[in-house]
Design a binder for this molecule. Structure first.
Ligand code: ATR
Length: 274
């Protein structure tokens, strides 16, 4: 019988995950189906319970349910436990296992696909919501010189940084406090791109070797990417590569085999821009 997987979110119709996992399944010769499930805003648990009862073996979880999925899981991977957010549930175990593959996905896209070195670098993570929480541990593990978490609401950045401070040099501040600071890597983990906006960032944070990465992706460069380019960034990149890489990590958790990602990313990019 074909093994069943799904992505659960609200909204969900825009999700690229079914396309990505279908490509992985063909490539690795795995017999599985992968669909998109729209859960009511107050109905995450019921939706996953029903899917599991019908034989579902695993789900990916997207906005806004990653904290719900963290509650749903009975056992957690270290990253998910710390982020208090789960994007991958393994359902076919005695106790439901939850992990978060967003951090490894970002790291792989930055280091392997973009060829970036993070050790010793000064990094700013803009935003202090679930997206930022999901990637901080992985970034700190690369031993950057320092990470600043900067957020429109400064107190949330300070709180988030404090939760991760045992893992390395990380501090929190407001967006205006970034004036006078310079960074090798700027990561936009806010939801501003969804509203076609750029966070209100001070000028002068970028030098000629800096890179700018938006966790969101779009057919065209996001306002944050355009801002970084205008400030003189050496490179800009959106989160499509992270999306494919986190999917590959989830696939590996479920199936024990990590698919090749480069061709899938190339295919998605050309679909998005044409
Ligand atoms: P997610 O799980 O995607 O991170 P979230 O938890 O709602 O979503 O967090 C959204 C983040 O984007 C927050 O850091 C938010 O800043 P506030 O904490 O001040 O609300 C940030 N954000 C959203 N729109 C923004 C904008 N236009 N400019 C700057 N930051 C923005």
């Amino acid at each position: 019988m074909t093994d069943r997987y799904a992505v659960v979110g609200h909204p969900i119709s825009h999700s690229q995950s079914p396309r990505i996992h279908a490509a992985f399944a063909v490539q690795t010769g795995q017999d599985l189906s992968y669909t998109a499930l729209l859960a009511p805003l107050d109905g995450f648990t019921q939706t996953v319970d029903d899917f599991r009862a019908a034989g579902g073996k695993g789900v990916n979880v997207t906005v806004p349910f990653k904290p719900d999925a963290w509650h749903y899981a009975e056992r957690h991977g270290e990253r998910a436990a710390r982020a208090e957010a789960v994007n991958t549930l393994v359902l076919d175990r005695d106790r439901v296992y939850g992990d978060n593959t967003d951090g490894p996905g970002l790291l792989r896209d930055l280091t392997v696909n973009q060829g970036c070195t993070l050790q010793g670098q000064r990094i700013v993570v803009i935003g202090a919501g679930g997206a930022a929480a999901g990637v901080l541990a992985e970034l700190l593990a690369t031993q950057p010189a320092a990470i600043m978490v900067a957020n429109r609401t400064a107190s949330k950045a300070t709180e988030l940084a404090a939760r991760f401070s045992d893992l390395g040099s990380v501090s929190g501040c407001g967006l205006a406090d970034l004036a006078g600071e310079r960074f090798d890597l700027l990561i936009n983990a806010t939801a501003a791109s969804l509203d076609n906006q750029c966070p209100a960032l001070p000028a002068g944070m970028i030098h000629s070797g800096s890179g700018a990465y938006d966790l969101m992706y779009a057919a065209h460069p996001t306002p944050f990417m355009r801002w970084a380019q205008a400030e003189g960034a050496a490179w800009i990149r959106d989160g499509l590569g992270m999306l494919v890489e986190q999917a590959a990590e989830s696939f590996a958790l479920w199936r024990g085999i990590r698919p090749e990602t480069r061709s899938v990313l190339r295919h998605l990019r050309s679909r998005l821009t044409h």
